[in-house]
Design a protein around this ligand. Structure first.
Ligand code: ADP
Ligand code: MG
Length: 236
């Protein structure tokens, strides 16, 4: 079984160079793990939205992304699928610690993202957790050390970085900043700076925002390396 998985990874990655957004309509047109495809199918997702078409191929190839697309355009799957696929390619296990960090502006959004991850990621073996406050620090502490995919709000994450012994981010492979404009509107600019300073520089970063403001560009400069700029507007 282990061998079979290794072969599937190799065969899937071998198709990455041929991905072309214009010829993709469905999730099954993208080279994805059968686990992710199954999670998508079970939840009734079949056709790609525009931002998903634009973002997923580049993200799978390991590029940093600055993605602009309005609310409701399907950004959640545009970053959750690359996160799952990256950890799958790396053969990440529960023992490998923190592999992906997804930062959301609010608890409510973090919950929503967790819910989508739970639904489409169910076939994978990764552990996922919410770090959003509201529960006592000790409760989160016990779990944070064993979590592969953390979905968090900025303030609470930084608190753990500062106060939780042994909380290690050095294994991190991918950082996602969701709704970056709102993160900054809520006054988390300095918090984000401190968080990024604590992360390994060898990582992939996906930044999504509904609007492109000056402060979003500053955050992009701080967190992204040679990003691809993707801007998707509604068809009129
Ligand atoms: P955004 O983050 O851009 O505001 P979401 O990721 O929250 O958008 O998605 C908005 C809605 O569209 C959700 O209800 C989601 O389930 C649905 N959705 C996302 N991608 C697809 C898709 N490929 N096919 C059908 N529905 C989708
Ligand atoms: Mg969203």
């Amino acid at each position: 079984k282990w061998r079979q998985e290794a072969r599937q990874i190799e065969a899937t990655v071998a198709q990455y160079p041929q991905m072309a957004p214009e010829s993709m309509e469905k999730f099954t047109d993208i080279p994805l793990s059968s686990k992710t495809l199954q999670g998508l199918r079970k939840n009734g997702y079949s056709n790609l939205t525009d931002i998903q078409k634009a973002a997923i191929p580049s993200a799978l190839r390991g590029k940093d992304i600055l993605g602009a697309a309005k609310t409701g355009s399907g950004k959640t799957l545009a970053f959750l699928i690359p996160v799952l696929e990256l950890l799958w390619r790396e053969r990440w296990t529960q023992m490998d610690g923190l592999g992906a960090l997804i930062i959301s502006p609010t608890r409510e959004l973090a919950y929503q993202t967790f819910d989508v991850l739970y639904k489409i990621g169910g076939e994978h073996d990764f552990s996922a957790g919410l770090i959003i406050g509201g529960k006592d620090l000790g409760f989160e502490r016990a779990r944070i050390l064993k979590t592969n995919i953390i979905i968090c709000t900025p303030g609470r994450l930084l608190q753990h970085m500062d106060e939780t012994p042994n909380f290690e981010c050095q294994s991190l492979k991918i950082l996602v900043l969701d709704e970056a404009d709102r993160i900054l509107d809520l006054g988390f600019c300095e918090t984000m700076r401190s968080i990024v300073e604590n992360l390994p520089s060898e990582r992939q970063t996906l930044l999504f925002s509904a609007t492109q403001t000056k402060s979003v560009k500053d955050l992009a400069l701080l967190s992204l390396s040679e990003p691809e700029y993707l801007s998707v507007h509604e068809e009129s």
